[in-house]
Write a protein that binds this ligand. Structure first.
Ligand code: SF4
Length: 391
């Protein structure tokens, strides 16, 4: 048994199984870790037929090419789990949608919004931030320790909690909170790790006065959609039906067309008008709901990234740029989809949009191509990021 600090979002989580609208057993490259492959070699060699080599990881679960389902998927259940037991599931299959990381001896378990049920519990029910000790029977093999040199583990955990708490400020918008976090992260980057515990809260508290005036660009919304298209094409991963719907709705709402072969976007004067109208398309209460969802989304990003200790990007500046652009993409996608998909309930649209985008964005393993795009658009600059997130 091991004790983990478990995010509130997992307390009531239960896999939706057969009724899941975007199951992780279909269309995903579920990684198989070395320890599990060795277990198959030694104790169940027949299971080696269910795995295959892959580019992004050494081995993944093999999929049925006709259906996209894992070959061991059996009537809504995992055939390996049913026949061999949980011990024979690799880390990814056993733990998904959970993510576990270490800060010294502290083990922190949270979850990804790429699972529809996690998205519902976090974004609609609002279980996002609190952590409580929980006993678990199994830990992932090869758990990574993110404790920086020069900081003790309790201080590191306290720094992480400062960033989680910053997102709980209901008086600030997600955009404002993000800008405070980004400013604090850039300040922390300039000092030794030993100073982080005493300075993290101070930097967040005083960030507003340090923010540069926003530099806006009226074609930013179209650049965002174009950047998303470029990232999807460069990933060489198939697009899920849900993600396709999210993006096609964005095209319709913004009166633009994406050319996926040439990775181009066509926008004109109609597009600018469509974007301006979009900002007033939702009723007041729906706008407030989406704004609350964005606050919860940001808190989940802090949690999933064990911020500021992990996340996509080589430096803290890169990590906040990635999160800031994602916030802008999620916001744009939510306003486009919520204003057009009126026949569906608002919570369902929110879950579908955020989950479909997270399923793609949370699984990008390298920030270099993203950073190249964000540098070209100027979003790596604080003033441009502020302009991008301006309402
Ligand atoms: S995506 Fe989430 S709810 Fe759906 S099958 Fe996987 S773990 Fe269960």
């Amino acid at each position: 048994m091991a004790t983990v600090k478990c995010a509130d979002v997992l307390n009531t989580f239960s896999c939706l199984g057969e009724s899941c609208e975007d199951t992780c057993c279909q269309g995903w490259s579920m990684q198989v870790d070395d320890a599990t492959k060795q277990l198959y070699e030694q104790s169940a060699p027949e299971l080696l037929d269910s795995i295959e080599p892959a580019q992004e990881a050494s081995w993944i679960m093999r999929k049925n090419p006709a259906t996209g389902f894992c070959v061991k998927f059996d009537n809504g259940l995992c055939g390996i789990h049913k026949e061999y037991g949980d011990r024979f599931l690799g880390n990814a299959c056993h733990f998904y949608p959970r993510a576990t990381r270490a800060l010294g001896s502290h083990l922190i378990m949270t979850a990804s919004l790429s699972c529809p049920e996690i998205a519902r519990i976090a974004l609609i029910e609002g279980h996002t931030s609190a952590m409580a000790d929980k006993e678990i029977e199994r830990l992932p093999f090869g758990l990574k320790n993110y404790l920086p040199v020069g900081m003790n583990e309790d201080d590191a955990l306290a720094v992480h909690q400062v960033f989680l708490s910053a997102c709980a400020d209901e008086s600030a918008s997600a955009e404002q909170t993000f800008l405070r976090i980004a400013s604090a992260a850039r300040s922390l980057e300039r000092i030794d790790h030993a100073g982080w515990p005493s300075m993290a809260g101070y930097y967040i508290e005083h960030a507003d006065s340090l923010l540069p005036p926003p530099e806006t660009n009226e074609v930013d919304p179209f650049n965002l959609l174009h950047a998303l298209c470029g990232l999807i094409v460069a990933s060489h991963k198939p697009m899920s039906a849900r993600l396709r719907r999210t993006i096609e709705t964005m095209e319709a709402a913004l009166a633009v067309t994406l050319d996926w072969t040439k990775v181009q976007i066509s926008a004109d004067d109609r597009s600018l008008n469509a974007y301006r109208q979009l900002q007033h398309a939702l009723h007041k209460e729906d706008t407030l709901f989406v704004e609350q969802v964005l606050r919860r989304w940001l808190q989940m990003q802090m949690s999933l990234a064990l911020f500021p200790f992990s996340g996509l990007g080589n430096t803290l500046s890169e990590r906040v740029t990635v999160i800031g652009v994602r916030l802008a993409i999620i916001r744009l996608a939510l306003f486009c989809n919520c204003s057009i998909r009126r026949e569906e309930s608002l919570p369902n649209v929110v879950i579908s949009v955020v989950q479909s985008l997270s399923r793609f964005l949370d699984h990008l393993g390298d920030a270099s191509f993203s950073m190249m795009i964000f540098t070209e658009t100027g979003w790596t600059e604080e003033a441009r990021m502020r302009g991008l997130l301006k309402k």
